[in-house]
Design a binder for this molecule. Sequence first.
Ligand SMILES: Cc1cc2nc3c(=O)[nH]c(=O)nc-3n(C[C@H](O)[C@H](O)[C@H](O)COP(=O)(O)OP(=O)(O)OC[C@H]3O[C@@H](n4cnc5c(N)ncnc54)[C@H](O)[C@@H]3O)c2cc1C
Length: 346
Amino acid sequence: MDGRRVSGGTAGCRGPWPMTSNPVRILVFAEQRDGALMRSAHELFARAVQWPLRCGIDVAAVTMGRGAERAAREATAAGARQVWWLEEAGTISLPLRRLRAMTAVAREVGAGVVLFSDTDLGRDLAPRLAARLGAAFLSNVQDVRSKGEQVLLARPLFGGRFVEELELSGSCPLVLTWGGTGAALPVEPAAAGGEIRALGLAEDPFDLRVRVMTSEAAEGRDLAQAEVVVCGGRGIGGADGFRLVCDLADALGGAPAASRAAVDAGYAPPGLQIGQSGKAVHPRLYVALGVSGSLQHRAGMRNSRCVIAVNSDPHAPIMQWADYGIVGDWRIVGEALLAAARRAGG
Ligand SMILES: Cc1cc2nc3c(=O)[nH]c(=O)nc-3n(C[C@H](O)[C@H](O)[C@H](O)COP(=O)(O)OP(=O)(O)OC[C@H]3O[C@@H](n4cnc5c(N)ncnc54)[C@H](O)[C@@H]3O)c2cc1C
């Protein structure tokens, strides 16, 4: 994590901090799709099993949605000793029902730490759960480590220009969203024999559910999982330019994305926006076409492993920190990259 460290406040909790002699139970909200855990859920498990507590940890998890039972089995292999699953065949529970489910499990296991991915769903549920549990809440945590008896957490501030480091004290539980880096963490093989259970949840008049009538594939691949992201900025000049962005993403086996300026101008749909007020990605390769590289944009892609920027302005901010900067017209360079990618792809 780069940026300057801001010496710490405390997370204001009265949790099992500093480390106690009791094992801490970590509850993971494991997002899944059609029975397969998302990459971000795997990162949560890797973090959970390596949580820096000498007194030991015990990992439990919850999976929800269509395919939840299958995903629960995968969660046991990822390190959870107990997994509750809530199947929602043909319907999607709106947040209140999911919140009730998480609250029930967190109370049953006596969770000291609850981990969510820093996704739209995680950001929606986590603070509400913290309020229900009377827990401390931290968003977008990207690092956790121990220092003596202390547990230190770090998260970026101001779009990543600074890093805030927090020391936990007190005894109340902690709920956090994990911003993560997308880096694969070494995971010790899980102890065999994790237990899975269906989550029985009584109906509640406030549990609204929606029935899925049709579902349509989102444009392009899933950004959160993408290993390659091709992003168009305002410099691509229009929706027509965005078609080339999509073609290049496709040829590279990746997902198309856009800056906020490109989305606001109507070049690309809002769901593809990367940045502080959009999605966070951590691909192996990020290709930025006609993007200036604002602080707010960088906040969403700073964990990309390799960045290639194409910009006609050699002094654009992105040229200061991209791994490779190509000065030129984005369309000429983009078409050359597309031709090369197609040749390489067969
Ligand atoms: C609270 C807040 C939240 C925000 N959240 C986000 C966010 O989530 N995501 C986000 O992206 N922004 C966000 N912004 C906006 C951000 O500040 C920038 O305005 C935005 O990122 C700029 O997008 P851009 O780089 O596409 O456009 P510009 O800054 O206009 O850059 C366009 C670039 O294209 C280059 N260019 C022009 N023509 C060509 C050409 N023919 N070939 C090659 N290059 C060319 C130019 O040299 C320029 O560098 C936020 C702002 C605020 C205040």
